[in-house]
Design a binder for this molecule. Sequence first.
Ligand code: ADP
Ligand code: MG
Length: 589
Amino acid sequence: MNPRRAFLLLVVVLVLVPLVPGVPIFWITLLGNVGLAALVAMGLVLLTGVGGMTSFGQAAFCGFGAYATAVLTTAWGWSPWAALPVSLAVSGGAAVVLGLITVRLSGHFLPLGTMAWGLSLYYLFGKLDLLGRHDGLSGIPPLEIAGHALTDPRAVHYVIWIAVIAAGVLTTHLLDSRIGRAIRALRKGQIAAEAFGIDAARTKLIVFVWAALLAGLSGWLYAHVQRTVTPAPFGLNAGIEYLFMAVVGGSGQIWGAIVGAGLVTLMKEALQRIVPALFGNAMQLEGVVFGIVLVALLQVAREGLWPHLARFVPGRPRTAPAEAAPLARRMLGAGDTSRPLLVLEAARKQFGGLIAVNDVSFKVGRGEIVALIGPNGAGKSTTFNLITGVASLTSGTVKFDGAVISGTSPQVIAGRGVARTFQHVKLEPEMTVLENVAMGAHLRGRSGVLASMLRLDRRDEGRILKEAATQIERVGLTEHMTKPAGSLALGQQRVVEIARALAMDPELLLLDEPAAGLRHFEKEALADLLKRLRAEGMSVLLVEHDMGFVMGITDHIVVLDFGTKIAEGPPETIKTHPAVLEAYLGGAA
Ligand code: ADP
Ligand code: MG
């Protein structure tokens, strides 16, 4: 079954369930609860499974949505529909505030931060008079359509599931776009994302707010279905359950959220009946059994359930369109050709007492291939990080095309036309080669969040994918285009990184050990490619240990040893330079 048919089947089943005579109302109510939970879990899939940000506090955003509409419809007499935008605004606004603080946290501090506000908001909901303290608010009106109150669970069922399907479609569209690739790039850490100009902080905030809006919508629906709100469903426990749903469903898959929400909701319901019957009511062991079952489940299906189900609905990987208008290109050599493209002036980097780069100065001219060589630990990768803005200089300056770029951000430097590859490959292994390379063209696309969700980005997207395919062809990996990047040999993955860097349409290309792991003929192909790029006017700075490779293509070589430049010059002089021989052969010569 293809994904489109599976989706239609899901919709048909959801439409028919309430119409089947004899289906107990209780089941329909339960299915509605699954839908409410799925909305929240979907946001968490995006936040945690795709973006790599673990949140235990998602239930609090349901609380904002639920309490906002509860107050407006009971105390102020608003209609539920009029309160909907306010519910969403309150959840979204809270996400902006909490997000600005939280997404800056890294490692364990992020989930801990979400726990902290998950807990404190729960207590806040229970302490405010306006929100009815621990008793909450009751007498909330039901939803109304054309004067008809939706009190029948069957009617409510349709409203809930229309919301879930719409949210799923919009979120799927978002993921399958330029912004979606930016979100997925976050998982490899900020450094990779920012290297092709993605504003990591902004992208995280977008995800954070969208996830909160879905939770707020769920909360708004919840309030008008239950007709009463209390703090309990919005506390830390609920937050942990939502996270379970996202993980059990399959942490990277939007539609897996429905599976996770279904499983967790039904299991809780079943355990609440079975466990007391087995062990008696007094012990209240449901929670314990629930935890054990979930942990056991995750042992069996580490990636969640969705990947196992998805095998029955194999999707086809995205391909580039056959025809698309080419993206605008940078004019290489358009700047002042009399001055060098890149200039390092006494660049210095200290890590505590260690001087990794010691007042190093050198230049890269336009249309030149320059190599940075030296033994391991000489400071070559650190120099790359100083040029690309990943690390800040202790002193000295880096100039690009006459302007000082040191002190600006990696995105700004990427935007000026500096692209790089990494010594330790930073690709998204589950994404195809094509999608990974398309990430490189991020700055050359325009479409934003809304356009992506509404599928108004297809032209823009087609041009980006076409460009990615062109660069993949250029580096000779066409046959691997639709394979997951992680399935390629490590040497080839480095070449994928080169294609991704080229997709940025750079003026300066920084390659950190590009030939490592390549076979002889692959190295020759890479050398040919670099020479062709030079002929087109591109400048290349590369770190490489293969001296045959370096000597064959470079115009100029800079030699580092223990952070200090010990020699520079054309290949012929470097080959026989005494200080270089000393550093490489340890004085044996
Ligand atoms: P190369 O790429 O030439 O092999 P690096 O630039 O990776 O060398 O490292 C140069 C020196 O700086 C090494 O001694 C390394 O241990 C140290 N170094 C690199 N990055 C860091 C860091 N983030 N913190 C502390 N020391 C570092
Ligand atoms: Mg290195």
